[in-house]
Design a protein around this ligand. Structure first.
Ligand SMILES: [Fe+2]
Ligand SMILES: [Fe+2]
Length: 314
């Protein structure tokens, strides 16, 4: 489906007052915070190299393998911020309220990578050389939004993506078993939640302004959703590990990311849908039902595997 430039311009213009209202709401609610306050600096020591400190070895890390993988995925995801900025700035523009939001959002996101990296290096939780090489590979690939058919697709994608990153930071913190890590990721998750609310409000307005196009966008995005970090090297292997640990799996994706947004905006009850809008709604409804049973199959299989592993140990 093509949405011509004139339609895009009209949508940007029509949604601009909503952006302005929500930007002001966001600035009123967002509390200033400082990444350096969340890092246990006194746990740190110099590394080898120019400063002649101690090289990293795996036994220095207090985190489990899975917690480490999850933190690395979350950090590399945050690291790709220049690419995300590029994507949303080219979609939403850099003028007026849209531009103000794009810059404010980018500045807030910048804190996330700073805090996580400082924590991981200070606590020697990960191999710093491997981490830096992964960052180089990941950022050299860049990020391309798979959902850039229309600005409504972009708005729908970021609404779900901000919630997905919120849940993933929050659960990684809990899983880490380190109260310092948990507090830091909880703080970051609070930011992601406010970002989600901003985009969700914009998505709600989009459904009112242009129900058929917005429904098509939501349906396309939900049915083909990919995490923002999907370009990370060995992402599938890492995401299986994360799912097996219950940090982020299909059940969580369905119950805590997709469904809350769809329900809050009463997406499936959207009135005044015609032709493609109605078709998109039906496809979305069918997909959600399938995903629900797929999620159940996954958690059942995981339980069975766990029980078998426990029996072997016992
Ligand atoms: Fe973030
Ligand atoms: Fe965010």
């Amino acid at each position: 489906m093509t949405v011509d430039q004139a339609t895009t311009r009209a949508l940007l213009l029509e949604l601009e007052p909503v952006v302005e209202t929500n930007l002001n709401r966001h600035i009123g609610l967002a509390k200033e915070w400082f990444p350096h306050e969340y890092v246990p600096w006194s746990d740190g020591t110099n590394f080898d190299g120019p400063l002649g400190g101690t090289a990293w070895t795996p036994d220095q890390s207090k985190l489990s393998d899975v917690a480490r993988t999850s933190l690395i995925v979350n950090l590399l995801t945050e690291d790709n911020l220049p690419s995300y900025h590029h994507e949303i700035a080219s979609m939403f523009g850099r003028d007026g309220a849209w531009g103000d939001w794009v810059h404010r959002w980018t500045a807030e996101e910048g804190r996330h990578g700073i805090a996580i990296r400082d924590y991981l290096l200070t606590t020697r939780a990960v191999d710093p050389i491997e981490l830096e090489r992964m960052r180089m590979t990941h950022m050299s690939t860049g990020f391309e939004n798979d959902h850039d058919q229309t600005i409504l697709h972009s708005i729908a994608y970021v609404s779900f993506q901000e919630l997905a990153t919120r849940v993933s930071h929050r659960n990684t913190g809990k899983f880490s078993g380190d109260p310092v890590c948990d507090a830091m990721l909880q703080r970051i998750a609070t930011d992601e939640n406010l970002h989600m609310v901003f985009y969700r409000n914009l998505l709600e307005a989009s459904l009112q302004v242009s129900p058929n196009l917005a429904m098509r966008a939501i349906s396309d995005v939900v049915r083909n959703f990919q995490m923002p970090g999907h370009g990370i090297e060995n992402f599938s292997r890492k995401s299986v590990q994360i799912a097996m640990a219950g940090i982020y799996d299909l059940r969580i994706h369905h119950d805590e990311v997709l469904l809350p947004v769809l329900k809050k905006l009463k997406v499936l009850e959207t009135p005044n849908l015609t032709d493609d809008g109605a078709k998109a709604r039906d496809e979305l409804g069918e997909f959600m039902a399938q995903l629900d049973s797929q999620a159940t199959r996954f958690t059942d299989r995981r339980e069975a595997n766990r029980a078998r592993a426990a029996a072997r140990k016992g």
